[in-house]
Design a protein around this ligand. Structure first.
Ligand code: ZN
Length: 115
């Protein structure tokens, strides 16, 4: 999986645009701005070293949630697209006969009937 992409994706979902890393030892939530950092970050609760491997572990664990959210958004989009298509179909059914009734289309068939 693409860890940098997943990290940024989670960050974007939070108002402060930080990744809430939960310390695996003491469950303290540490707000991370970057996945890769120059200095070694440590948990303020227990001193656990927040390494990239530890962050990636958490990203791996939360990946099913991320994919489910992405899938749900996709389904939502498809749902509204289908609703729109059905509305268009209904309009076509109503407007088709109406148009020929007024004489916008099918004018030639209307004239041929008069002969
Ligand atoms: Zn900790």
């Amino acid at each position: 999986m693409d860890f940098p992409e997943a990290f940024v994706w989670w960050k974007d979902r939070f108002p402060g645009r930080t990744f809430p890393f939960e310390c695996p030892d003491c469950q303290t939530v540490i707000e991370l701005r970057q996945r890769v950092s120059q200095r070694t970050r440590a948990c303020p609760g227990c001193g656990f070293k927040v390494t990239i491997a530890a962050i990636d572990d958490q990203l791996t664990q939360s990946e099913p949630d991320r994919l489910a959210i992405i899938q749900a958004a996709e389904d939502e989009r498809n749902h509204w697209f289908n609703v729109l298509m059905n509305v268009m179909k209904v309009f076509a059914v109503i407007l088709g006969p109406l148009a020929s009734l007024i004489g916008i289309s099918g004018g030639s068939t209307g004239r041929s009937r008069r002969h």
